[in-house]
Write a protein that binds this ligand. Structure first.
Ligand code: OOG
Ligand code: MG
Length: 253
């Protein structure tokens, strides 16, 4: 089976909110091929009118690597169809088995044409915000190999963004709490994200450069979850509270 056929299977699974068997169980493919499948599946979304809005980093914390049994950093693409308005409602019927996780998001100020460093990264950032990522693996039981999850656009399915603060805000060690119905269900710190979430943005610029993906002014970069993800259910109110950055929440419809 070729890359385009596998991309189509994953795209249809996402579109119809129906889970599929792990594609790595039937086909052997490399990490590089997995990114080619991801790229091809995103092309189908763009053809339907979805717009690229940025990147999400995955497995940037030990907590996430351990939860999913995958031990390499990954990256996926975000589109405008994934945006959920803060304090808005997510349409549960569009998802298979969604999970929420506490994140930090960066808003890019100017096109990034190089691999950034700790010295210059803040020059390219307009703001930082508390954020929630909603992931929804297209694979049965949320189980996958590294290659499977990359091909599946790293489980990307939704994001909720809080208010933007200055990039001068110290985000290196902030308490991050994920709450469901106003009760904490996961507690962590931003230091869990590669010791410092700025490192995640730097890694995103390195990987984007390597794979020829442009990062432009106005794009969002999600740094990756600080804690394990939690399944959400209809009727719940889900909120992330990040020390200094503030709170952001959404309702599960
Ligand atoms: C893969 C996506 C990982 C993160 O923040 O680490 C991720 C998954 O867990 O399904 O989004
Ligand atoms: Mg995530």
């Amino acid at each position: 089976m070729n890359i385009n056929e596998l991309a189509n299977i994953l795209d249809q699974a996402a579109l119809n909110a129906s889970s599929i068997a792990q594609i790595s169980k039937m086909h052997t493919f490399s990490e590089k091929e997995a990114y080619a499948i991801q790229t091809a599946s995103l092309e189908k979304r763009y053809t339907r009118g979805e717009k690229f809005i940025g990147l999400k980093m995955g497995f940037t914390s030990r907590a996430k690597m351990e939860q999913m049994g995958v031990h390499d950093m990954i990256w996926g693409r975000l589109t405008d169809a994934m945006l959920i308005e803060k304090e808005g409602t997510m349409d549960f019927s569009r998802f298979i088995h969604p999970r929420a996780e506490p994140e930090i998001c960066f808003l890019i100020k100017k096109d990034i044409d190089q691999v950034l460093t700790l010295e210059n990264v803040k020059d390219y950032v307009e703001g930082v915000a508390a954020a929630i990522e909603i992931i929804d693996s297209r694979y049965q039981n949320f189980k996958f190999s590294l290659e499977d999850v990359i091909a599946d656009n790293c489980s990307s399915s939704g994001l909720v963004l809080g208010d933007w603060l200055s990039p001068k805000t110290d985000i290196s060690n902030l308490k991050m709490v994920l709450e469901v119905n106003h009760r904490p269900v996961q507690v962590g710190t931003s230091a869990a994200i590669l010791d410092n979430p700025w490192e995640s943005l730097i890694a995103a610029t390195r990987l984007a450069h390597q794979y020829g993906q442009k990062i432009s002014a106005g794009n969002y970069i999600m740094a990756g979850a600080a804690t394990p993800a939690v399944y959400v259910e209809s009727g719940q109110y889900v909120q992330v509270k990040v020390e200094t950055l503030g709170n952001v929440g959404f309702n599960v419809g």
